[in-house]
Write a protein that binds this ligand. Structure first.
Ligand SMILES: [Zn+2]
Length: 379
């Protein structure tokens, strides 16, 4: 089948400037009723492991396409944030926040949920008519376009995602073990994807606040599910895959991650072919409520020294890190950072000079923490 390369021009940010979003569409086998997939990377433009994974994935998909092994439609977007990728400040790439307004690039995606509730009440959809559900999404998204470059880009990303049954948004954290964010009604599929990729920590929540990309998608599907329009197995799936840390980029990891994604697509019936068993040695993935995931913050400035490795088990009250002050004489006492949970170290900070209030780590525990409310993702 033909592979369709598409470019979408975004509204110009300033005279003479242009930004484009690219995508590659693998049409799938005609007449197939297989699920369709949308995959993107680099929405946070300073997170680059996914960008290389997608390069490997595209090569493998092209070979699969040549062998007529693609059943469902697959759309791959090699970079989701061309504006962010150009944001260099004195040589440093600042790709997480929009320098124009300080907004996190993965927040405040268009929200169609209220309009969707009204729409479904006024004009019911036949049971399990997923194609009609997707048409409704498109219709409700259409008036929400933005004249702004970034806003138009976000609208394009979500509109494209809404055409598909499975949506993977590839990110990474500062210095991290593989982990995944999704919603509580998607536990089963999150486990399946995690086994394919070797992910050991799954964070689930229904509404972590401020509408990141994957939740803007899943929130709409939750409205559809709650209205009884579709059965659980027909509900669209979206997740944020955290491909380790910012520095974890090489061909070996990217090849393995691309194979993991393909293995998931094979299990979902999107592609054909024997991909073999996973080569990683990961344990069984564990589900943690996002309210049980503790961001640990420094209370002083200095150099952080971690006492626990990524993926290592921690006990409540155990020292997980120390902060050595630099301005309190010779051999001063260090700030000891204690774990508030029985769980596992999932995220650390790549740059070790830290300041008070800065997040030092994410520790995942199974029990919800009483003070974890509101904005669960932070910035
Ligand atoms: Zn990110």
């Amino acid at each position: 089948m033909a592979i369709i390369e598409k470019e979408v021009s975004l509204p110009s940010q300033s005279p003479g400037a242009s930004h484009r979003l690219l995508s590659y569409t693998f049409s799938g086998r005609p007449g197939s009723h297989a699920r369709s997939v949308y995959i993107q990377a680099g929405l946070h433009a300073d997170e680059h492991p996914g960008l290389l994974v997608i390069q490997h994935l595209l090569t493998r998909l092209q070979a699969l396409d040549d062998a007529d092994g693609i059943l469902g439609r697959i759309v791959v977007r090699p970079f989701a944030n061309p504006v962010g990728m150009g944001q260099r400040v004195f040589g440093h790439l600042a790709g997480r926040f929009n320098l124009d307004n300080g907004e996190n690039y993965n927040r405040f995606f268009p929200d169609i949920t209220d309009a969707l509730k009204d729409n479904l009440a006024e004009e019911p959809v036949a049971h399990n008519d997923v194609a009609e559900v997707k048409r409704r999404f498109a219709r409700l998204m259409a008036p929400l376009t933005s004249p702004d470059t970034v806003g138009a880009g976000k609208h394009q990303l979500l509109s494209d995602a809404f055409e598909h049954d499975l949506v993977l948004d590839l990110h990474c954290d500062s210095d991290a073990a593989l982990h995944l964010y999704s919603t509580t009604n998607q536990a089963e599929r999150s486990l399946r994807l995690s086994r394919c990729l070797g992910i050991e920590a799954i964070f689930l929540e229904d509404d972590s606040s401020n509408a990141p990309f994957d939740e803007a998608y899943s929130n709409a599907w939750r409205v559809v599910q709650n209205a009884g329009v579709v059965d659980a197995d027909k509900v669209g799936f979206s997740c944020t895959v955290e491909l380790r840390g910012q520095a974890d980029i090489n061909d070996e990891l990217a090849t393995a991650d691309a194979e993991g994604i393909l293995r998931f697509l094979a299990e979902e019936g999107v592609i054909e072919g024997d991909l073999g068993a996973a080569t990683h040695q990961a344990g069984e993935p564990q589900i943690y409520p996002l309210t049980g995931v503790a961001p640990i913050k420094a209370t002083t400035s200095g150099i952080v020294i971690y006492k626990k490795a990524l993926g290592e088990a921690v006990r409540k009250g155990e020292v997980v890190a120390e902060v050595a002050p630099l301005d309190q004489g010779i051999n001063p006492p260090r700030e000891r950072i204690l774990s508030p949970v029985d769980g596992v170290m999932v995220v650390r900070h790549l740059i070790k000079l830290v300041r008070p209030g800065q997040r030092l780590a994410l520790l995942a525990g199974k029990e919800p923490l009483p003070d974890r409310k509101g904005n669960l993702l932070g910035d």
